[in-house]
Ligand binder design. Structure first.
Ligand code: ATP
Ligand code: MG
Length: 603
């Protein structure tokens, strides 16, 4: 039986709808109000609040297909089954069914719907460690369904444990399903899933989310037991069709064919095949990132930097194939054609996608010429100095990266041609420092929600602290900040709360903020350890990753010393609340499920 990606998705959704799951649309690739990851890496991401106990408007059983980006897999791209961008099917139990149903349905879907012979399937279960016990329960269920002991493998946390996606959040043991892609002769001698040289390919993962990992690294039992599953669309389609890699799938072949029109290479070498794969994957991922309605563009920090890196890597591999002209947007055109029926945002944003690709390609080629100049200057200088071994220092390689966008492997290749090597250890250190800096910048941005530091924005920023506390006084401590966005004209404040606020509650919160402004409270900044801040009860953002040393802003009455608000925050803030003027809530509305949004101004 041959089954395409579209059919697989349809079958999956229908199967779980039959088991009373509600379908939800794919969320954005760029997570909403969640600074723990740069991109949505799995279907569970947009569901984190619900896995933590908030009730989902669509009920306790959810099914979807989610767009994912995994930057951790960038280095694996070029192999047969790892992509940077892929689609993930998933079904969830939000405090509803658990292991028995999840495993039974997985088994049924694989063997009855997809008609995979049971002999081709192997599964793995969690072997247990100091934090959690061996998952004998899952193994027993598999066995009862007909998977024999010799194809049930127990593996440690590195394999059979999922999450959290960021530093903190829901996680738990998992059971993974594998499809054997070799012959039955080979299967007899196979070392088994998770071992080097195996021909078992992981296609599906059922995660049993029982724990929440805290910032202190503790595993707390969750209020509810959840199931979170993920099945890769491209990978599963490829193995079902008996393909050796995802790149043999029809849609990938169309992209590769277009690349060959540019490279004019009919019979690529192994090295050239890898270049083709990297270009295919990276431009596909870039197209989906640029096609997201959030309109992210290539830059030198955070998400924009990931986009720049994969795009430049694709361009460089284009050069390796001897492509002279700009080609990225032409490849993207095919990709938009293929995926637009299912992802209309690609069609909606196609001009933006193509323009940004063109711009980045032109930009990279410009700096590339300058960079090559700089590179040659470095080499000449070293040769004239005739010092010992011919080494390009890590600093020099890093400069080439930072100023001219040279990826390390490119510098290494260019160096090798001149008989030089690169001090990669030193480079990595510089690179980490750079990442750390931009990470800190990211934390600052998320924590403050500040787009700029003008006087008005600073005032709004202090107003968010007053509002946050006021909401907790009026509604209760569950009303927690989930995000904020500030411009010099207005503020937006998102917080967790189930119901629409009554006009009375809105008035109370507004009045309380204005009362605190009138009282002329002092805003004090202190530096302290994260631990100390938490001990003092400073409020902090859900899921936020903070550095060890933080700033804490306290708003208090200078006469009575009574504190009104205390928050971990990067600032900046006004010195006294009397500077704020009059606070007015203009709107209270739903932001997303379980999250309300307030728009307010200072008059
Ligand atoms: P692997 O060990 O092969 O990298 P994983 O353990 O990282 O997989 P999960 O996090 O469990 O995978 O994701 C669930 C499913 O998503 C996998 O079973 C697989 O089908 C798919 N998947 C994961 N990573 C990728 C990827 N980089 N490209 C394509 N599909 C993927
Ligand atoms: Mg992986």
């Amino acid at each position: 039986m041959t089954i395409g990606a579209k059919e697989l998705k349809k079958k999956y959704i229908e199967f779980f709808k039959k088991q009373k799951h509600s379908e939800i649309p794919s969320a954005s690739l760029i997570p909403e109000n969640d600074p723990t990851v740069l991109f949505t890496t799995a279907g569970m991401h947009p569901l984190v609040p619900f896995l933590l106990g908030q009730s989902h408007p669509k009920g306790k059983r959810i099914v979807d297909v989610q767009k994912c980006i995994r930057t951790t897999d960038i280095d694996s791209v070029g192999d047969d089954f790892h992509l940077t961008f892929f689609e993930m099917l998933g079904n969830w139990s939000l405090g509803d069914y658990f292991k028995k149903e999840a495993i039974t349905w997985s088994f049924e879907f694989l063997t009855k719907e997809l008609k995979i012979p049971i002999e081709k399937i192997a599964v793995t279960c969690f072997a247990g460690d100091a934090n959690a016990s061996q998952d004998l329960e899952a193994a027993k269920i598999w066995k009862s369904l007909g998977i024999p002991d010799e194809r049930i493998f127990f593996l440690p946390k590195t394999d059979n444990w999922w999450g959290p996606a960021g530093e903190t959040g829901p996680c738990g043991p998992d059971t993974e399903m594998f499809y054997f892609v070799g012959t039955s002769q080979e299967q007899k001698k196979d070392p088994g899933p998770g071992t080097k040289g195996t021909k078992y390919v992981e296609i599906w993962n059922d995660v049993f989310m029982q724990y929440n990992k805290t910032k202190q690294g503790k595993f707390e039992l969750l209020k509810q037991q959840n199931v979170d599953t993920g099945m890769g669309v491209e990978r599963t389609t490829a193995v079902l069709q008996g393909k050796k890699s995802v790149y043999e799938l029809e849609e990938f072949q169309r992209i590769i064919l277009k690349i060959r029109e540019f490279s004019k290479i009919a019979k690529p070498s192994t090295k050239q095949i890898i270049s083709e794969r990297i270009i295919t994957d990276h431009i596909r991922a870039s197209t989906f990132i640029l096609g997201d309605d959030k309109k992210l563009i290539p830059s030198n920090v955070e998400r924009g930097y990931v986009l720049r890196r994969i795009l430049r890597r694709a361009i460089r591999h284009g050069m390796e194939l001897g492509i002279k002209e700009n080609f990225c947007s032409e490849i993207a055109k095919i990709i938009v054609e293929i995926y637009k029926p299912e992802y209309p945002e690609l069609d909606r944003n196609k001009r933006f996608i193509f323009d940004e690709l063109d711009k980045e390609e032109i930009r990279f080629k410009e700096t590339l010429t300058k960079g090559i100049h700089e590179f040659e200057r470095i080499i000449k200088q070293k040769i004239s100095q005739k010092q010992g071994p011919q080494i390009i220092s890590g600093n020099e390689a890093f400069l080439l990266f930072q100023s001219y966008g040279f990826p390390l492997e490119m510098t290494k290749e260019l160096a090798a041609e001149k008989g030089f090597t690169v001090n990669t250890d030193e480079y990595e250190k510089d690179f980490e420092k750079h990442q750390e800096l931009s990470r800190t910048a990211t934390i600052g941005k998320f924590a403050s929600g500040l787009a700029d530091t003008s006087e008005m924005s600073t005032k709004y920023h202090t107003a968010t602290h007053l509002l946050h506390k006021a909401l907790q006084v009026v509604l209760g401590p569950e009303a927690k900040q989930r995000g904020s966005n500030i411009t010099p004209e207005r503020m937006r404040f998102d917080f967790s709360w189930q119901a629409k606020m009554t006009s009375e509650q809105i008035k109370k919160a507004e009045d309380l903020v204005n009362e605190k402004i009138k009282q002329g409270l002092t805003v004090k900044k202190e530096e302290m350890s994260l631990e100390q801040a938490k001990k003092q009860g400073a409020m902090h953002l859900f899921g936020e990753k903070y550095p060890d040393k933080v700033s804490v802003y306290t708003i208090y009455d200078p006469k009575t010393k009574k504190e009104f608000s205390k928050e971990i925050c990067t600032g900046p803030h006004v010195k006294n609340t009397s500077e704020l003027g009059h606070f007015k809530i203009q709107k209270e509305e739903s932001s997303s499920a379980g999250v309300r949004r307030i728009k307010a101004v200072l008059e």
